[in-house]
Design a protein around this ligand. Sequence first.
Ligand SMILES: Nc1ncnc2c1ncn2[C@@H]1O[C@H](COP(=O)(O)OP(=O)(O)OP(=O)(O)O)[C@@H](O)[C@H]1O
Length: 230
Amino acid sequence: MPEVSFHSVSLQFDDQLILDNLSFRLSEHRIGIIGENGSGKSSLVRLINGLSVATSGEVKVNGLNPARQAKEVRRLVGFIFSDADNQIIMPRVRDDVDFSLRRRGLSRDERQNRVDAVLEQFGLTEIAEQTPHSLSSGQKQLLALASVIVINPDIIIADEPTTLLDLRNRIKISRIFSQLQQQLIVVSHDLDILENFDRILCVDHHRIIADGSPHEVLPFYRTLMTERAS
Ligand SMILES: Nc1ncnc2c1ncn2[C@@H]1O[C@H](COP(=O)(O)OP(=O)(O)OP(=O)(O)O)[C@@H](O)[C@H]1O
């Protein structure tokens, strides 16, 4: 598996402290990141592909620094944004998936086969010729996932990938996640999809307050949130 490491990483926006002196290494297969709204989860994963830059400390992805070697890191890391509209580029669903594969040196046939396979996998075949903007929010979310998974990146980061999906599609995504060979880092409020992950980190008040197996961290988090809600 690839290795993502944080060495004394802090992140500030203007004067606001978001992440405070985080150090950890991620080398497990499937890693979940949980925490309250605004706790810094998206900010944390955005540091991994250089979308944000640490105020101090250092992030490394397989030894590369995402802030200084963004191009190389983005070849390794596929990032699925929480807002799928951000990722839609092309006028047809099929072309949008295909767009990710351009400049990968594949033949036209090979590209088409991969696009067809991933459209099928995500249940998008029937709407392959439609414009992405005509899709429902959930279908756009599936398209965003398909467009990243088709490239086969070494690390897949998904920021709240199931927020808009119905139960059937959540189950489907959960199955797809469990079959992926690549390292997967998922930010989610949907705790069910993280049940079978290898490791869960809980971000709270700028720090990681729990880090362990889903059996340890998810019940801890559920109890903490129940207490805070009352
Ligand atoms: N580009 C930015 N400029 C200024 N502040 C930002 C920026 N991005 C995030 N923040 C702030 O950082 C804090 C953490 O935001 P972040 O999106 O990382 O939280 P989150 O845990 O992913 O939240 P949610 O669960 O609601 O998606 C918030 O207070 C947010 O306002």
